[in-house]
Design a protein around this ligand. Structure first.
Ligand code: NI
Length: 191
């Protein structure tokens, strides 16, 4: 499993609803967490790993030891955005080395399914709310650079151009986390 870099087309697509939470999806989600920790991320969305489904993972502490902070969002819906609009710095695993200020509501209420297929509704504030909105955007083909004001956009433009070169050179991010799900399930069958 690799994180694809902008402007990979996967990042522009609208992800499809998950229809079944099966062992393949659970394995993919486990790999997403591994890759997220390996890249020092706090969230990772399906389209970033070429998984065209409405799923993202989050641990806003970024601490792999804090398993109780791990959350999986399957088919999430943002029910409510509230509070003040706040500006905060964001980065994205699909844009290594690029950080910029994004304005978002400070509070968000989400309904989603967890990895057991149970529906839950939760309200987030601060960094977690920012992360949820950022990851949820990925499911609709939006990246944080689509949310920048003109100044911020201009400020990062050179870095963005460099990143396009890296993408064109075929770069992805893989930290030794398991290969594609096909290879995974083949090896499972082989056992
Ligand atoms: Ni992102």
């Amino acid at each position: 499993m690799d994180v694809v870099l902008y402007p990979h087309p996967s990042l522009k697509m609208t992800a499809q609803p998950v229809l079944r939470i099966d062992s393949i999806l659970r394995q993919q989600i486990e790999n997403m967490f591994k890759l997220m920790y390996a890249t020092n991320g706090i969230g990772l969305a399906g389209p970033q790993v070429e998984l065209p489904y409405r799923v993202f993972v989050m641990n806003y502490t970024g601490d792999a030891e804090k398993k109780d902070k791990e959350m999986v969002f399957i088919n999430p819906i943002i029910l409510r955005r509230g509070g003040k609009l706040v500006s905060g710095e964001e980065g994205c695993l699909s844009f290594p080395d690029i950080f910029a200020k994004v304005v978002r509501p400070e509070r968000v209420t989400v309904r989603a399914f967890n990895i057991k297929g149970e529906m839950f509704t939760a309200t987030f504030e601060g960094l977690a709310a920012r992360c949820v909105q950022h990851e949820n955007d990925h499911l609709d083909g939006y990246c944080f650079i689509d949310r920048l004001d003109e100044n911020e956009r201009r400020r990062i433009q050179k870095k963005l151009d460099k990143q396009v070169e890296r993408y064109n050179a075929g770069e992805t991010i893989n930290k030794g986390v398991a290969k594609s799900s096909e290879e995974q399930s083949e090896s499972e069958q082989a056992e």
